[in-house]
Design a protein around this ligand. Structure first.
Ligand SMILES: NC(=O)c1ccc[n+]([C@@H]2O[C@H](COP(=O)([O-])OP(=O)(O)OC[C@H]3O[C@@H](n4cnc5c(N)ncnc54)[C@H](O)[C@@H]3O)[C@@H](O)[C@H]2O)c1
Length: 401
């Protein structure tokens, strides 16, 4: 059984029971949707019909503001499950690695990208090129070139008056937003130092399969598909930390390895110290595959007058010039619900400044920097990471185009 609290685990999902009520809304032509009427139903295509993808379709449709008209997944059984659920015509269910391109060439307004991380940059850029609004799962990418592709896709979306939203639940939460407002307002004074962590009982102990299709189904264990645990999972914690610090890291010194997981595949622990401008240090560690651990996704930052402390599963608070505490209520679902609502609102209002893209690029680069510093067992600067442009290439031989 998977632990109940993991926000990213394939099988740690609670399904939403609410019913969809879309019938009262008008379907508009895709060409009109760039700033559609407030009661418009947006026609969606789902790319990646696995755990998160099939779960999130229910959240979209229960708003009554969306309808899934097409889906794509590498595997036939995955598109059929979502296809049956949403009454998607069989010719609009696409399979194989490039099936998503047929989906993009078809008549729909927006795509929801829920594939393994390595595919996000290309699929998101192709979607923007095809004039579709984009709702993209974290992490946006698994390497620095991928992060830069997403940055470019976000900018291109803005130029083309398209919406591009990256789905982090914390950034959509009212208590996180209030705490961040207070930090920016000076409630904890000048930033001194940060401390973030991601201990997780999940993750399992498998190694990547040598069978190409099996490896794709169980992609989490393959570094060149997931980006490793620090990028695929712990990004939630680093995203909040970099949101609070509001700066790019300058460098990272890191270590990590495998003590309980098999010799091949992803690490089970990382310990990284990041240096930010003005000699602000962030200590970060993450560990997975330890059964009895109580899960946390924590980011705490100390200032000259107090501190902010945030955890995905419990409280978010500022103890500084004034006190504020909010309790998170099932952030995994509620944060995503806000994102699906705000995605619709941005489309109908033509709000295409796409404010979630730049912070997602920043936190993703921070995670990649920490990982690559740990792989080297030493120090790495962000400048070097970007200049070297190391790309992780998955071996896709043996898979259907
Ligand atoms: N809290 C969160 O924000 C959260 C939670 C869970 C997952 N996620 C993210 O959602 C994404 C998907 O994760 P998941 O847990 O649903 O994984 P999953 O394996 O359950 O689903 C991924 C699906 O993508 C399909 N796929 C693989 N390659 C493809 C390709 N090239 N084209 C089309 N389809 C392809 C797979 O067959 C699979 O059905 C990941 O980026 C993950 O990090 C985010």
């Amino acid at each position: 059984m998977q632990p109940k609290q993991d926000p990213s685990s394939v099988s740690r999902r609670t399904f939403v029971a609410a019913a969809a009520a879309a019938s009262a809304f008008t379907i508009v032509q895709p060409s009109a949707v760039r700033s559609a009427a407030a009661n418009s139903v947006i026609e969606l295509g789902l790319i990646g019909c696995g755990g998160r993808g099939s779960w999130i379709t229910k959240l979209f449709t229960e708003t009554g503001k969306y309808r899934f008209v097409a889906c794509a997944d590498y595997f036939q059984d995955r598109v059929d499950a979502v296809g049956e659920e949403h009454k998607i015509d069989k010719p609009r269910r696409h399979t194989g690695l490039s099936g998503y391109k047929k989906l993009l060439a078809s008549k729909l307004d927006a795509v929801v990208i829920e594939t393994p991380p390595v595919f996000h940059p290309q699929q998101a850029m192709d979607a923007v090129d095809a004039d579709k609004h984009v709702y993209c799962a974290k992490p946006i990418a698994i390497d620095a070139p991928g992060c830069l592709t997403i940055s470019a896709a976000g900018k291109k979306a803005t130029e083309k008056k398209l919406v591009f939203l990256v789905d982090f639940q914390t950034r959509a939460n009212e208590h996180y937003r209030e705490c961040l407002r207070r930090v920016r307002n000076g409630d904890i004074g000048r930033i001194v130092m940060g401390d973030a962590r991601y201990p997780w009982s999940g993750g399992g102990r498998a190694e990547p399969s040598t069978n190409p299709e099996e490896r794709l189904r169980n992609w989490y264990h393959a570094v060149e598909i997931s980006g490793d645990f620090i990028v695929e999972q712990s990004i939630h914690s680093l995203d909040v930390a970099t949101w609070i610090l509001d700066a790019d890291p300058v460098s990272a010194v890191g270590f990590g390895g495998r003590k309980v997981r098999p010799a091949k595949g992803i690490y089970d622990h990382f310990a990284i110290t990041y240096a930010f401008p003005d000699k602000v240090l962030l200590n970060f560690n993450c560990i997975q595959s330890i059964p009895a651990v109580i899960d946390e996704i924590r980011a705490r930052v100390y200032g000259s007058d107090g501190y902010i402390d945030t955890d995905y599963y419990s409280d978010v608070m500022v103890r500084g010039k004034q006190f504020y505490r909010g309790r998170n209520n099932n952030l995994y679902t509620t944060g995503t619900q806000v994102n699906t609502q705000e995605f619709h609102q941005a489309i109908v209002e033509g709000k295409t400044d796409n404010p979630t893209v730049a912070p997602s690029v920043r936190s993703n680069l921070t995670a990649v920097l920490g990982r690559d510093a740990a792989y080297r067992g030493g120090e790495l600067t962000l400048e070097t990471l970007i200049k070297e442009g190391r790309k992780l290439e998955p071996d896709l031989k043996g898979l259907k185009a």
